[in-house]
Design a protein around this ligand. Structure first.
Ligand SMILES: N[C@@H](CCC(=O)N[C@@H](CS)C(=O)NCC(=O)O)C(=O)O
Length: 203
């Protein structure tokens, strides 16, 4: 088994944080983002989308999506579930996790425009586009702020994949790009700070 990753990439970090929380590990291959290793002919044979993470299994199957990788690993390691131990809980966790996945996608377009770090994706970053897209980001922040209520984690009182997905994009925005994502949402802000103190959140 081999996990292709960018150590600081939002979607790879959904898997990296999961592995740390789960207390398991897999061999890793760090891709060289700056030099475009993820777009090399060799890597495109493994993941035609040229994105990370990818988990390649012993038999050669390449799982090319962070959520699919996490679900696969959960099935292989069902002990101490990170999705929930009954159907209703799993449905709830997955619904919140998918809201987080939407947040990741919207934030990516926002960050491509709000910063100059992604010229390969957005050659003409635009503050005006960033401001407009941020409205779609805020819509999901408002929903998550309401969902978390007074609980410690997004889906309840234990950490789940719902936390890992949303936390990764908060961390990217806050720590890589100095944008206080969720800073104006007091419950999410407190959740972020609590989760950041966990060893799995080490950057
Ligand atoms: N749906 C995919 C998205 C993967 C993705 O967009 N990864 C980003 C890093 S966070 C990437 O590889 N970007 C490089 C590119 O698109 O060129 C997943 O969740 O794994």
């Amino acid at each position: 088994m081999l996990l292709y990753q960018f150590r600081m990439g939002t979607n790879p970090r959904r898997v990296i944080i999961y592995l740390a929380e789960k207390g398991i590990d897999v061999p890793r291959c760090e891709l060289d983002y700056v030099n475009g290793e993820h777009r090399s002919p060799e890597y495109l044979k493994i993941n035609p989308a040229g994105r990370a993470p990818t988990l390649v299994l012993e038999g050669g199957l390449a799982i090319t999506d962070s959520a699919a990788i996490v679900e696969y690993l959960e099935e292989r390691h069902p002990e101490r579930s990170m999705i929930g131990s009954d159907p209703a809980t799993r449905a709830r966790v997955r619904a919140i996790e998918r809201l987080g996945a939407d947040l990741v996608s919207r934030c990516q377009i926002w960050l491509w425009n709000a910063t100059t770090a992604f010229t390969a994706k957005e050659p003409s970053p635009s503050a005006e586009v960033a401001e407009r897209v941020y409205r779609y980001v805020a819509e999901i922040l408002d929903a998550l702020e309401s969902i978390i209520g007074d609980r410690e984690f997004l889906a309840g009182d234990v950490p789940t994949i719902a936390d890992f997905t949303s936390f990764a994009i908060f961390q990217t925005a806050r720590e890589r790009f100095d944008r206080p994502l969720g800073g104006d949402h007091p419950r999410l802000d407190a959740w972020y700070k609590r989760f950041r103190a966990r060893p799995s959140a080490e950057y």
